[in-house]
Design a protein around this ligand. Structure first.
Ligand code: DX5
Ligand code: ZN
Length: 214
């Protein structure tokens, strides 16, 4: 089953509650929350306060994508704020087991994220421990960027790694996802599709979601 995770980065922040309820009614499976610190990525977005504020707005799992340096220092705050899934980038997480366990011991699901140029071999030793692998299909920082096709091979590789070990891991993709690129990602083995602009820039979000789901 394919899950759709609208990214609220492309929502209207002055109307966030309505924009979240809207995609929930339109059939979304997760709410994707992009947390940026202005260090790991060249943009600053939202923190635990906003996660806490939107928690009562929706019944959907909050899929929190941390694009921040030193994620260990902030994970407890995001758990307390109501995150259901917390994903960290391998590029800023030197002690990956420690960080993944820090997330899981607080009772939330743990994901690991790879930038487009980061090889999938880096997550091989941690695969048994994670609930989700997120493959970036753009360089993180902004919505509305162009899908990087070379990541499709990485999706296939991760999918093979996961299947050959029989692991119950979700494979999520993020960046430049639209109905056309979504189809390629699903063919390669992805089952959770993040989409920001391709959902929030459309008048009819139900149609946008069903077209991305394919
Ligand atoms: C990129 C973020 C994405 C972004 C996706 O740094 O992690 O979640 O919002 O936006 P679109 O779907 O517009 O590429
Ligand atoms: Zn994201």
């Amino acid at each position: 089953m394919i899950k759709i995770a609208p990214s609220i980065l492309s929502a209207n922040f002055a109307n966030l509650a309505e924009d979240i309820k809207d995609v929930e009614q339109a059939g979304a499976d997760y709410i994707h929350v992009d947390v940026m610190d202005g260090h790991f990525v060249p943009n600053i977005t939202i923190g635990p306060l906003v996660v806490e504020a939107i928690r009562p707005i929706t019944n959907l799992p909050l899929d929190v994508h941390l694009m921040i340096e030193n994620p260990d220092a902030y994970i407890p705050q995001f758990v307390q704020a109501g995150a259901d899934i917390i994903s960290v980038h391998v590029e800023v997480t030197p002690h990956l087991h420690r960080t993944i366990h820090l997330i899981k011991e607080q009772g939330v699901k743990a994901g690991v994220v790879l930038n487009p140029a980061t090889p999938v071999e880096l997550i091989e030793p941690i695969l048994e421990e994670v609930d989700l692998v997120l493959l970036m299909t753009v360089n993180p920082g902004f919505g509305g960027q162009k899908f990087i096709d070379s990541v499709l091979k990485k999706i296939e590789k991760v999918s093979q790694m996961v299947q050959s070990r029989g692991l119950p891991i979700e494979i999520e993709v993020d960046g430049g996802v639209n109905p056309e690129t979504a189809r390629k990602c699903v063919e390669a083995g992805a089952n959770v599709l993040v989409a920001g602009s391709a959902i929030y820039n459309q008048e009819n979000r139900q149609l946008a979601i069903s077209e991305i789901r394919g």
